[in-house]
Design a protein around this ligand. Structure first.
Ligand code: FE
Ligand code: FE
Length: 285
């Protein structure tokens, strides 16, 4: 039995969280409008954060790292992984049978049109594949959502901070100090992040992509840091430098939706070449 709460899934689709984040950071919004993040959250999104913040404890994260990071779940080629992710049915988007692949392709195609390097286009295509965690039976709150360090004090820059009142780590004094279980400027590689699709896909692909892509995949949901500058006290100089890449990545993730829907048959040859250039025929998930 799981010690954490398993409730009904509050989001119709895990992409409802992505849509909420995109609304929160809509272009042209003032800093004050950013702060009013609740205005963009529907009841499902609010309930989703309630579950996420109540259940993402250090113990939970350590257990999920131990379960998934040895990468012994299954072997898949990249196309197979894309097809597999696409079996995640999206109730909120009945008019496309490519709903999961579509966001990945729109992200990567926007990068390609801007002439970004090939490894970055591939990072765009890859970045949300960790959402296959949903297909392994993980609850939404353990797959998507803004990520944040566990084992130390929660930043006020995390959305819905009031929901941390229900997190059991609230009662562990060691986890409630600024540095918690970490050393000052220890570097993010030593920091355990709330569990989700970022860390998982980073681990699956890290041997095949250059380091800036590692940061793009691993921290793309770490909005408190890359959008709000929080947790600099845990980052080292190298992290700060590398976060320039995370910032470069983020607009493609947030703002490429709603553009032209890429035709898979037209772009497939390009991506087949790109995948073959960097990835082996099968990756260990
Ligand atoms: Fe994502
Ligand atoms: Fe995304």
């Amino acid at each position: 039995m799981h010690a954490y709460e398993v409730a009904t899934e509050p989001l119709k689709s895990v992409d409802d969280w992505d849509d909420y984040v995109a609304a929160r950071y809509k272009k042209g919004k003032s800093e004050e409008e950013f702060r009013n993040y609740k205005a963009d959250a529907n009841p499902g999104v609010t309930e989703f954060y309630r579950q996420n913040h109540a259940n993402q404890t250090l113990d939970f994260v350590l257990a999920k790292e131990a379960e998934y990071l040895p990468l012994r779940r299954r072997k898949m080629g990249m196309w197979e992984a894309l097809d597999y992710l696409n079996t995640l049915v999206d109730d909120s988007d009945p008019d496309t049978d490519l709903s999961q692949i579509e966001h990945l392709l729109q992200t990567s195609e926007a990068m390609r049109q801007d002439g970004q390097p090939r490894w970055m286009v591939l990072a765009g295509l890859t970045h949300d594949l960790g959402k296959v965690l949903c297909l392994y039976g993980e609850p939404q709150w353990a797959v998507v959502g803004d990520t944040f360090p566990v084992g130390c004090a929660w930043s006020s820059e995390i959305v819905f901070p009031e929901f941390f009142a229900a997190n059991p780590d609230r009662n562990v004094p060691e986890y409630q100090t600024l540095y918690g279980i970490y050393e000052p400027s220890c570097g993010l590689d030593k920091v355990h992040m709330s569990w989700g699709h970022d860390e998982y896909i980073y681990r699956v692909t890290k041997d095949y992509l250059p380091e800036p892509a590692h940061y793009m995949l691993r921290y793309h949901s770490f909005y408190p840091a890359h959008r709000h500058g929080a947790y600099r006290h845990l980052m080292n100089q190298h992290d700060v430098k590398m976060f320039e890449w995370v910032n470069k990545f983020n607009p493609y993730d947030l703002y490429s939706k709603g553009g032209a829907r890429p035709k898979l048959s037209e772009v497939k040859p390009y991506y087949e070449d790109l995948i073959a250039e960097f990835y082996p025929a099968e990756l260990q998930f």
